[in-house]
Ligand binder design. Structure first.
Ligand code: SAM
Length: 256
């Protein structure tokens, strides 16, 4: 497998024997956060797909086909990603080169991109982009590497807690993505017998005009705001959290 040259990338020509899929990310917010390299690829590759139209920067790809209808009809989410992979590869076979765009960075929590990378039927070229994570660290004022922050998918919060055994094993701080419904927030809140933190920081619509970053009490997590597909949580102080002995006894033995 050979890498396409910069010239081939720019002009959208097929690379060697394999059809090429150029994967780009539209950044975490509006068009102002899309890189100039991505805009050049959008301008130069005719056949374009976008994973979802529900993204504030989707306007930069007015001619793209999107896959939102698959989310409404699929029984399981993995089927959606496999269908996307098949559609993109089918079209790449016909046209030689296609562009596939996703929200944020293509290498952060983008299952369909991983499926394309692993697929030997196409050459997948991934172009870096800004992720919502970049904005999250900036707004929180933290260095995730220095803190050893863990990233967790809100839809799998329970599973992850079970895998690690007990909340303290998550580490001290966790950034939770895919907190898109109150049901997911309830699952997170109830995943552990004890609150993982006194308060949680909500990162909502980062990079957009209506961006808000605010704290909520653990017990109010699923009842004090309306989450959506651009909502994440930051939970800090998990491992150092000390529950007063009195509370533990009350919780364990149901004493008033
Ligand atoms: C499937 S992940 C995709 C992440 C994307 N590839 C990226 O790098 O930004 C989607 C989740 O990222 C988080 N997210 C994406 N954009 C966001 C934003 N502007 N503000 C807050 N959270 C965001 C949300 O938790 C959302 O459910």
């Amino acid at each position: 497998m050979t890498e396409p040259t910069g010239d081939q990338r720019a002009h959208g020509e097929a690379s060697g024997a394999l059809p090429t899929v150029h994967v780009v990310g539209l950044g975490p917010g509006g068009p102002d956060l899309v890189t100039s390299g991505t805009l050049e690829l959008i301008a130069s590759i005719e056949t374009q797909f976008l994973r979802t139209e529900r993204h504030p920067a989707a306007v930069v790809m007015p001619d793209a086909q999107w896959f939102d209808r698959l989310y409404e009809t699929a029984d399981v989410i993995e089927d959606v990603y496999e269908s996307i992979r098949e559609a993109v590869i089918r079209t790449a076979n016909s046209y030689g080169v296609v562009l596939y765009a996703v929200p944020g960075s293509p290498v952060v929590a983008e299952r369909s991109v991983q499926l394309l990378i692993e697929d030997p039927r196409v050459l997948t070229v991934v172009h870096p982009a800004m992720s919502f994570l970049d904005l999250a660290w900036a707004r929180l004022g933290v260095d995730p590497v220095a803190l050893g922050a863990k990233l967790v998918d809100g839809h799998r919060f329970n599973e992850v807690l079970e895998e690690v055994g007990e909340p303290g094993a998550l580490g001290d701080c966790v950034l939770v993505a895919q907190c898109d419904t109150k049901f997911v927030l309830s699952d997170i809140k109830l995943a552990s017998d004890l609150p993982l933190a006194e308060t949680v920081t909500v990162l909502h619509h980062l990079g957009l005009d209506d961006e808000t970053v605010f704290s909520v009490a653990w017990e109010d997590l699923d009842r004090s705001f309306e989450p959506d597909h651009l909502t994440s949580l930051w939970i800090e102080g998990i491992s150092t959290r000390r529950v007063p002995q009195e509370n533990l006894i009350r919780r364990r033995f149901g004493r008033p």
